[in-house]
Ligand binder design. Structure first.
Ligand code: GAF
Length: 399
């Protein structure tokens, strides 16, 4: 599922003429529930995929940064670390270079590196390929330059790289998932303070599967719609006089919506965020009480809210959800930012063939490109090949 460390190290040696100092890995993620809540200080619940970004890296002390990707033809791109400037680079190199920039801007002595990257996380599929690239570079530089940063600190710096250097106004979920998820668990993350709880999540042991269906409709968060939703949420918080929509309680939702009067667009965004936070809490409580099958309808509710209120779905994602549920799946929803990407389908193991066939046939009948569909389970192991990152919770920083 992931690129082998040996192959990535060998390619590094061909490119740069010497073996790397080390090889690191960071996973992509699926978000089980809690969408578009992270930039509202809310709750999310991602788990790591077995698909990873892998980086072979050697540190340098001469200010040179050389970047190469297995997915891009040609020689390494060479940059000077002290000339890195936000939003100056529109290529793939902005993600790893952005991490170097963010580390240096935060005062960390990163003086250059040779990097070769290979990733098995599909790009644009809503599975956090960009965050995996950022986090794997951050893990490597953290070790090589002895920075001693914790997983959550690396996640914050990677988010800053993406917000400021790349120019995509994303929240903190994907980077934290890639840096902090653990095998066999979903990560219940409070994005306000990054406090975390690991919830055991082993569907195979309970006779279920989670399918990830890639609609093959591609998206980018640096494009406008994601930013418009974020701005709309911020407007909602400001009109309601709260720091973030997280502060609107579920039992105060009706009153809040009333206060928003004829701001219909904002009302819909607020309703999604407030109900979505409550859905995350319901899923956590169902999983913790061992009632895993009961999360299915909550996933479907979440999808309806993203489709009708937040309006980030698309016909392909809706078709996966409708078809899978009609074919007997326990639940389904889009995952990630939306506007394309992937949907998840929770199903009994025995129903996997029927559900998969129904979705494939529905796509063919609608004239859509055939979806990529596969069984996924939380990855075994955690980010980092050489050294696992330090404890991920912010409170661990005080230890
Ligand atoms: C994308 C973003 F990168 C995340 O921060 C999050 O907002 C997600 O969309 C929606 O939940 O993956």
């Amino acid at each position: 599922m992931s690129e082998s460390s040996e192959a990535v190290a060998e390619r590094f040696e061909e490119l740069y003429g010497a073996a790397p100092d080390g090889v690191w890995a960071a996973p992509g993620r699926v978000n089980l529930i809690g969408e578009h809540t992270d930039y509202n200080d809310g709750f999310v619940m991602p788990f790591a995929l077995p698909h990873t970004a892998v980086a072979a890296v050697t540190g340098r002390d001469d200010g040179v940064l050389r970047l190469h990707s297995a997915d891009v033809e040609g020689p390494a791109v060479e940059l000077a670390v002290d000339a890195l400037a936000p939003e100056s680079d529109k290529r793939w190199t902005a993600y790893p270079a952005g991490v170097v920039w963010a580390l240096r801007a935060a005062g960390h002595p990163v003086t250059g590196a040779d990097i070769h990257l290979a990733s098995s996380v599909p790009a644009g599929a809503g599975l956090s390929s960009s965050a995996a690239l950022e986090v794997v570079v951050a893990l490597a530089l953290n070790d090589l330059f002895g920075l001693g940063l914790r997983g959550w600190q690396l996640a914050r710096l990677c988010q800053r790289a993406e917000n400021v250097y790349v120019g995509a106004p994303v929240g903190i979920m994907d980077q934290t998932a890639s840096a902090c998820c653990e095998a066999g668990h979903a990560l219940f993350l409070d994005t306000r303070d990054l406090s975390q709880r690991r919830i055991p999540f082993d569907l195979a042991a309970e006779g279920m599967r989670l399918l990830v269906v890639d609609t093959r409709v591609r998206h980018r968060h640096s494009e406008g719609e994601y930013g418009k939703r974020r701005a709309g949420c911020e407007k909602g918080a400001s009109l309601l006089g709260v720091d973030a929509l997280r502060d609107v309680p579920y039992d105060g939702l009706d009153a809040a919506l009333e206060r928003l009067g004829d701001e219909e667009e904002v009302r819909r965004l607020v309703r999604h965020v407030v109900t979505e936070n409550q859905r995350v809490e319901r899923v956590v409580s169902l999983l913790e009480s061992g009632d895993t099958r009961a999360i299915g309808p909550v996933l479907v509710e979440g999808h309806a809210s993203l489709r009708d209120d937040f309006r980030v779905s698309c016909p392909e994602l809706d078709l996966v959800v409708e078809t899978a549920v009609s074919a007997g799946a326990l639940g389904a929803r889009m995952t990630g930012g939306g506007f394309g990407g992937s949907a998840i389908v929770l199903t009994e193991e025995a129903d996997v063939p029927a559900v998969t066939k129904a979705v494939e046939e529905a796509f063919a009948a609608a004239g859509f490109t055939a979806p990529g569909s596969s069984r996924r389970s939380p990855r075994q192991g955690r980010a980092g090949c050489t050294d696992a990152p330090g404890p991920c919770r912010p409170d661990a920083a005080a230890e």
